[in-house]
Write a protein that binds this ligand. Structure first.
Ligand code: NDP
Length: 282
């Protein structure tokens, strides 16, 4: 009981020290959101639009991006541009950042959110897929962050990395995906230290998400994992607030903070609970 109370108190203390979110600060803000054709990225685009931001969105499917951009304008975005790009292509991450800089003449928020599709199944030795996923989910993030860093420095901007609880703890059926998220946490964790040591103007926020009810996630876990999924629109809003208030970390939903904190205390119990929360019939 004492343990639980101290964890909850620690969590609440962290939450109470978060600066207040000023929605007005996003009016006219120049924002680039990746993976914005569906899911959490699409919801982030709509929230930024309602706050009156200027937005560039990107993903592979141009037609869908066009529809999302039109909806953003109808919701109140000052500007909404889209550019189709495949983050597995070496030149596309730079192309997207350059496009945003050209449209806006600078950048306030870089929201790195896209992921390539990956199976939810036992590791079957597909090394090529893992290599490809690393390009899409990890190397393109690194490349875009570097390309945008000067502009963010000038604007006192924010870099937001959408990661996962699966980048902090290993669970079955997601070896390639979890590898990319662990890599992101490692790389951007280091970068956060280095920017702080250099007294950089740029803030980095790493967002740790639990299960969110996007179509792609729900399709994967259906019949295999019986866990509550949280709304994409709420996850999106929390990510935006984390970036706007320059918080180093977000844990959404709240209990992911507790899970991450306690997962190493009793490893065999944790492993037992993890393995028994997946339906698997060999
Ligand atoms: P979705 O699968 O719904 O969306 C993925 C986005 O990435 C789409 O816009 C897709 O568009 C784009 N994309 C896919 N492949 C490429 C590519 N090769 N190049 C460029 N863009 C690409 O993902 P979610 O909304 O569920 O997840 C968003 C973020 O949240 C991710 O970083 C994910 O890891 C994280 N997260 C999600 C959780 C969840 O349960 N949903 C849990 C924990 C973390 P298109 O097909 O048009 O290219």
């Amino acid at each position: 009981k004492v343990l639980l109370v101290s964890v909850v108190v620690a969590y609440l203390a962290v939450r109470w020290t978060v600066p207040r979110f000023d929605a007005e600060s996003l009016r006219g803000a120049r924002v680039l959101v990746t993976g914005a054709s569906t899911g959490i990225g699409e919801q982030m685009a709509y929230h930024y639009a309602r706050f009156g931001a200027q937005i560039v969105i990107t993903a592979r499917r141009e037609k869908v991006l066009q529809q999302v951009a039109e909806k953003c304008l109808s919701l109140g975005a000052q500007k909404a541009f889209y550019i189709s790009a495949d983050m597995a292509n070496e030149s596309d991450p730079d192309k997207v950042v350059d496009f945003a800089l050209e449209k806006f003449g600078g950048l306030d928020y870089l929201i790195l959110n896209h992921i390539g599709p990956s199976p939810f199944s036992m590791w079957q030795g597909d090394v090529e897929h893992t290599r490809w996923l690393m390009k899409v989910n990890f190397f393109s993030y690194v490349q875009m962050a570097w390309r945008a860093l000067n502009a963010l420095e000038q604007s006192k901007g924010s870099l937001v990395v959408v990661s996962s609880l699966l980048g902090k703890m290993a669970t079955p059926f997601v070896a390639p995906y979890a590898s990319t998220k662990f890599a992101l946490n490692g790389f951007f964790g280091v970068l956060k230290h280095e920017l702080s040591m250099k007294k950089s103007n740029v803030s980095i926020s790493i967002c740790t998400l639990g299960l969110i009810d996007t179509d792609s996630a729900m399709e994967k876990v259906r019949g295999i994992v019986d866990a509550p999924a949280y709304p994409a629109t709420d996850a999106a809003l929390n990510i935006i607030i984390t970036g706007a208030t320059r918080q180093p970390e977000l844990f959404y939903p709240w209990f992911t903070y507790i899970v991450n904190l306690t997962k190493d205390w009793f490893p065999s119990i944790t492993n037992y609970a993890i393995q028994n929360s997946f339906k698997y019939n060999p």
